[in-house]
Design a binder for this molecule. Sequence first.
Ligand code: ADP
Ligand code: MG
Length: 332
Amino acid sequence: MGEFDLIARYFTRPVRQAVLGVGDDCALLQPAPGTQMAISCDMLVQGRHFFADTDPRQLGHKALAVNLSDLAACGARPLAFTLALALPDVNEAWLAAFAQGLFALADAHDCELIGGDTTAGPLNICITVFGEVPVVNGKSQALLRSGARAGDDLYISGTLGDARLALEAMHGKLTVPNAVLAAARERLQSPAPRVALGLALRGIASAAIDVSDGLIGDLGHILERSRVGATVQVDQAVACIACHVHDAQTAGASGIHLSQEQWRTLALCGGDDYELLFTAPPSQSAAVAAAAQASQTPVRRIGKMDATAGLRLLDAQGQALPNHYTSFDHFA
Ligand code: ADP
Ligand code: MG
């Protein structure tokens, strides 16, 4: 099967919102009046971001999910995406499954494939997404990393650390019951981008980022861009880990034996969660709760932003904790 047959067979579908999709030198998108385009690009490389034997359906899902997560963090509504694909060979079963996972998520978010590039080479998947944010009274409604202010509350959606838990278990570094591993693997391999929450937070959140590299690292980007500091109640973040393992006290009963230090490491440094980390002024706390409810996404307050630069970590008793979470490997 040649390159053009492959594109026609697996990656060409009629467009619904775009003016022109796959087949010409360029695709055409018509931004709605009074909107801006939000654009983001993420690449997945075999060996670096996924294992060679990863289920292609999950890979199709994840490649788009990590990009939609960036739109979510900006409060942008997904419109369209392009797909650049390097393939070691033409494996039709693989392509069919990959396309299935990709389009299932695309359809769920009404985001259409409008073009791309296909070449032979080591497996590499690069997606660029295009989304839309309104401009109201001349002001962009996009949520940015730079908008946090001292005094704002800090929130996280969903749960943290599940993907890292799955990775550690898959590497044989810890043992978890099968049911927990299955749920954690699902988070690692088929993350659900928080698009609905991002949209609901427009006009409410002051800053946002999606957690792809771990809470501490990604919070650092907000601190830097917003020129503020933060205080995080670490055990509030730990309590975010998936409900079936969520309480370190009952974790023993669920068959997971981690030290407090390891629980904290999962929550603070675990990557690949694709939750939204965001800030909002205390006056917006009811609006944040309403946005969480409207988007059916759990949200939890885990700290606040400070005028004093830097990151401070507190335990449940309010005692300062040393911040060594990025430099120690608590699973080594
Ligand atoms: P060009 O040579 O002009 O760059 P190509 O021959 O690479 O165009 O691609 C032909 C058409 O197929 C273009 O519209 C391009 O956007 C589309 N396309 C190529 N690869 C993919 C892909 N993996 N998924 C979707 N569309 C693709
Ligand atoms: Mg061309």
